[in-house]
Write a protein that binds this ligand. Sequence first.
Ligand code: HEC
Length: 185
Amino acid sequence: MVCRKSFKSTLLAAILAIVLLSACAPDPSMQLISPSMVVLGEGEVFVPPTPTPRPRIAVLTDEEIYAGLPETLSSLMPGDADVGEALTVPHGCTGCHQLDNSLVEIAPTWLEVADTAVGRARQTGEAGPAQYLYTSITNPDSFVVSGYNSGEMPQTFSDDMDAQDLAHLLTYLLSLRAEVAVEVE
Ligand code: HEC
Protein backbone atom coordinates (compact mmCIF):
# COMPACT_ATOMS: atom_id res chain seq x y z
CA MET A 1 0.00 0.00 0.00
CA VAL A 2 1.13 3.46 -0.80
CA CYS A 3 0.24 4.73 2.62
CA ARG A 4 2.21 2.05 4.44
CA LYS A 5 5.22 2.47 2.24
CA SER A 6 5.45 6.18 2.86
CA PHE A 7 5.10 5.56 6.62
CA LYS A 8 8.01 3.13 6.47
CA SER A 9 10.24 5.47 4.53
CA THR A 10 9.39 8.34 6.89
CA LEU A 11 10.37 6.13 9.84
CA LEU A 12 13.61 5.19 8.12
CA ALA A 13 14.41 8.81 7.37
CA ALA A 14 13.72 9.72 10.99
CA ILE A 15 16.03 7.01 12.32
CA LEU A 16 18.73 8.07 9.87
CA ALA A 17 18.36 11.67 10.95
CA ILE A 18 18.72 10.75 14.63
CA VAL A 19 21.86 8.70 13.92
CA LEU A 20 23.38 11.52 11.86
CA LEU A 21 22.52 14.21 14.39
CA SER A 22 23.97 12.31 17.31
CA ALA A 23 27.19 11.82 15.33
CA CYS A 24 27.46 15.57 14.79
CA ALA A 25 26.62 16.57 18.36
CA PRO A 26 29.53 18.27 20.16
CA ASP A 27 31.50 16.25 22.60
CA PRO A 28 30.55 17.70 25.99
CA SER A 29 34.02 16.98 27.36
CA MET A 30 35.66 19.16 24.67
CA GLN A 31 36.76 22.66 25.58
CA LEU A 32 34.59 25.22 23.79
CA ILE A 33 37.29 27.79 23.29
CA SER A 34 38.91 29.19 20.16
CA PRO A 35 42.66 28.60 19.62
CA SER A 36 43.38 32.32 20.04
CA MET A 37 41.90 32.41 23.52
CA VAL A 38 43.74 31.62 26.70
CA VAL A 39 43.00 28.13 27.98
CA LEU A 40 41.90 28.50 31.55
CA GLY A 41 42.81 26.20 34.37
CA GLU A 42 40.30 24.52 36.63
CA GLY A 43 38.11 27.06 38.42
CA GLU A 44 39.53 30.08 36.56
CA VAL A 45 37.14 32.63 35.13
CA PHE A 46 37.76 34.48 31.87
CA VAL A 47 37.43 38.23 32.41
CA PRO A 48 37.40 40.14 29.10
CA PRO A 49 39.52 43.32 29.13
CA THR A 50 37.54 46.48 29.81
CA PRO A 51 37.80 48.76 26.76
CA THR A 52 39.18 52.17 27.67
CA PRO A 53 36.39 54.68 26.99
CA ARG A 54 37.30 57.47 24.58
CA PRO A 55 37.41 60.85 26.35
CA ARG A 56 34.58 63.12 25.22
CA ILE A 57 34.61 66.89 25.02
CA ALA A 58 30.90 67.01 25.88
CA VAL A 59 31.68 66.39 29.57
CA LEU A 60 33.99 69.44 29.81
CA THR A 61 32.99 72.98 30.77
CA ASP A 62 33.86 75.91 28.46
CA GLU A 63 36.56 76.90 30.93
CA GLU A 64 38.17 73.45 30.68
CA ILE A 65 37.85 73.45 26.88
CA TYR A 66 39.48 76.88 26.38
CA ALA A 67 42.12 76.47 29.10
CA GLY A 68 45.60 77.51 28.01
CA LEU A 69 44.57 79.55 24.95
CA PRO A 70 46.36 82.90 24.55
CA GLU A 71 44.25 85.74 25.94
CA THR A 72 43.86 87.36 22.47
CA LEU A 73 42.18 84.19 21.30
CA SER A 74 40.19 83.11 24.35
CA SER A 75 38.53 86.55 24.45
CA LEU A 76 37.15 85.84 20.95
CA MET A 77 35.76 82.40 21.84
CA PRO A 78 33.37 81.07 20.84
CA GLY A 79 33.65 82.30 17.26
CA ASP A 80 31.31 81.33 14.45
CA ALA A 81 31.57 77.63 13.52
CA ASP A 82 30.07 78.20 10.05
CA VAL A 83 32.63 80.88 9.25
CA GLY A 84 35.33 78.53 10.56
CA GLU A 85 34.10 75.70 8.34
CA ALA A 86 34.14 78.01 5.30
CA LEU A 87 37.75 79.00 6.11
CA THR A 88 38.92 75.38 5.84
CA VAL A 89 38.40 75.44 2.07
CA PRO A 90 40.58 78.43 0.95
CA HIS A 91 43.25 77.45 3.49
CA GLY A 92 43.41 73.96 1.98
CA CYS A 93 42.65 72.03 5.20
CA THR A 94 39.95 69.94 3.51
CA GLY A 95 42.38 68.94 0.76
CA CYS A 96 44.13 66.81 3.40
CA HIS A 97 41.69 66.37 6.31
CA GLN A 98 38.41 64.53 5.76
CA LEU A 99 35.41 63.96 7.99
CA ASP A 100 35.35 60.38 6.74
CA ASN A 101 37.06 58.07 9.20
CA SER A 102 38.38 55.83 6.42
CA LEU A 103 40.19 58.60 4.52
CA VAL A 104 43.27 59.04 6.70
CA GLU A 105 46.12 58.38 4.30
CA ILE A 106 47.13 62.04 3.90
CA ALA A 107 46.11 63.43 7.28
CA PRO A 108 44.30 62.42 10.48
CA THR A 109 40.50 62.37 10.28
CA TRP A 110 38.44 65.30 11.52
CA LEU A 111 35.64 62.96 12.51
CA GLU A 112 35.12 63.77 16.22
CA VAL A 113 38.43 65.65 16.22
CA ALA A 114 37.24 67.64 19.27
CA ASP A 115 37.05 64.39 21.25
CA THR A 116 40.42 63.31 19.87
CA ALA A 117 41.86 66.62 21.05
CA VAL A 118 40.79 65.94 24.65
CA GLY A 119 42.88 62.75 24.72
CA ARG A 120 45.81 64.31 22.85
CA ALA A 121 45.94 67.31 25.21
CA ARG A 122 46.37 64.89 28.11
CA GLN A 123 49.12 63.13 26.15
CA THR A 124 51.02 66.30 25.26
CA GLY A 125 50.46 68.07 28.58
CA GLU A 126 48.42 70.87 27.03
CA ALA A 127 45.80 72.49 29.26
CA GLY A 128 42.79 71.58 27.13
CA PRO A 129 41.51 70.50 23.72
CA ALA A 130 41.35 74.06 22.31
CA GLN A 131 44.99 74.63 23.16
CA TYR A 132 45.91 71.31 21.56
CA LEU A 133 44.06 72.24 18.35
CA TYR A 134 45.54 75.75 18.38
CA THR A 135 49.08 74.36 18.69
CA SER A 136 48.38 71.74 15.99
CA ILE A 137 47.46 74.51 13.57
CA THR A 138 50.03 77.17 14.44
CA ASN A 139 52.95 74.90 15.29
CA PRO A 140 52.15 71.52 13.72
CA ASP A 141 55.48 69.88 14.43
CA SER A 142 55.30 70.40 18.18
CA PHE A 143 53.31 67.16 18.26
CA VAL A 144 53.20 64.80 15.30
CA VAL A 145 50.31 62.36 15.23
CA SER A 146 51.56 58.78 15.15
CA GLY A 147 51.58 57.35 11.62
CA TYR A 148 52.43 60.72 9.99
CA ASN A 149 55.65 62.66 9.46
CA SER A 150 56.68 66.07 10.70
CA GLY A 151 56.63 68.76 8.04
CA GLU A 152 53.63 67.29 6.20
CA MET A 153 51.17 69.81 7.54
CA PRO A 154 51.88 73.38 6.34
CA GLN A 155 53.75 75.45 8.94
CA THR A 156 52.43 78.81 7.75
CA PHE A 157 48.95 79.06 9.28
CA SER A 158 50.08 81.23 12.21
CA ASP A 159 51.09 83.87 9.63
CA ASP A 160 48.15 83.35 7.26
CA MET A 161 45.38 83.68 9.85
CA ASP A 162 44.60 86.39 12.34
CA ALA A 163 43.21 85.73 15.83
CA GLN A 164 39.62 86.17 14.63
CA ASP A 165 40.03 83.58 11.85
CA LEU A 166 41.66 81.19 14.29
CA ALA A 167 38.79 81.66 16.77
CA HIS A 168 36.26 80.77 14.06
CA LEU A 169 38.34 77.80 12.94
CA LEU A 170 38.78 76.50 16.50
CA THR A 171 35.07 76.89 17.15
CA TYR A 172 34.34 74.78 14.07
CA LEU A 173 36.86 72.06 15.04
CA LEU A 174 35.53 72.01 18.62
CA SER A 175 32.05 71.36 17.20
CA LEU A 176 33.20 68.13 15.50
CA ARG A 177 32.29 65.85 18.37
CA ALA A 178 30.29 62.76 19.22
CA GLU A 179 26.73 63.42 20.31
CA VAL A 180 26.74 60.99 23.20
CA ALA A 181 28.62 62.08 26.29
CA VAL A 182 30.52 59.41 28.18
CA GLU A 183 31.82 60.29 31.63
CA VAL A 184 35.52 59.47 31.92
CA GLU A 185 37.65 59.69 35.06
C1 HEC B 1 49.13 69.13 3.16
C2 HEC B 1 48.19 68.45 4.05
C3 HEC B 1 47.60 69.21 5.21
C4 HEC B 1 46.95 70.43 5.19
C5 HEC B 1 46.69 71.35 4.02
C6 HEC B 1 46.49 70.64 6.55
N1 HEC B 1 46.89 69.63 7.37
FE1 HEC B 1 46.47 69.40 9.32
N2 HEC B 1 47.63 67.75 9.44
C7 HEC B 1 48.24 67.16 8.33
C8 HEC B 1 49.01 66.02 8.79
C9 HEC B 1 49.85 65.10 7.91
C10 HEC B 1 48.83 65.95 10.19
C11 HEC B 1 49.45 64.91 11.12
C12 HEC B 1 50.90 65.26 11.43
C13 HEC B 1 51.01 66.26 12.53
O1 HEC B 1 50.55 65.98 13.64
O2 HEC B 1 51.57 67.34 12.26
C14 HEC B 1 47.94 67.04 10.54
C15 HEC B 1 47.47 67.30 11.84
C16 HEC B 1 46.49 68.20 12.14
C17 HEC B 1 45.81 68.32 13.40
C18 HEC B 1 45.98 67.38 14.58
C19 HEC B 1 45.00 66.24 14.36
C20 HEC B 1 44.97 65.16 15.41
O3 HEC B 1 44.32 64.13 15.17
O4 HEC B 1 45.57 65.32 16.48
C21 HEC B 1 44.93 69.35 13.30
C22 HEC B 1 43.97 69.84 14.37
C23 HEC B 1 45.06 69.90 11.99
N3 HEC B 1 46.01 69.18 11.29
C24 HEC B 1 44.35 70.99 11.53
C25 HEC B 1 44.51 71.54 10.26
C26 HEC B 1 43.85 72.78 9.82
C27 HEC B 1 42.90 73.58 10.65
C28 HEC B 1 44.25 72.99 8.54
C29 HEC B 1 43.91 74.16 7.64
C30 HEC B 1 44.03 75.47 8.22
C31 HEC B 1 45.15 71.88 8.17
N4 HEC B 1 45.28 71.05 9.24
C32 HEC B 1 45.76 71.75 6.94
C33 HEC B 1 48.16 67.56 7.03
C34 HEC B 1 47.57 68.73 6.59
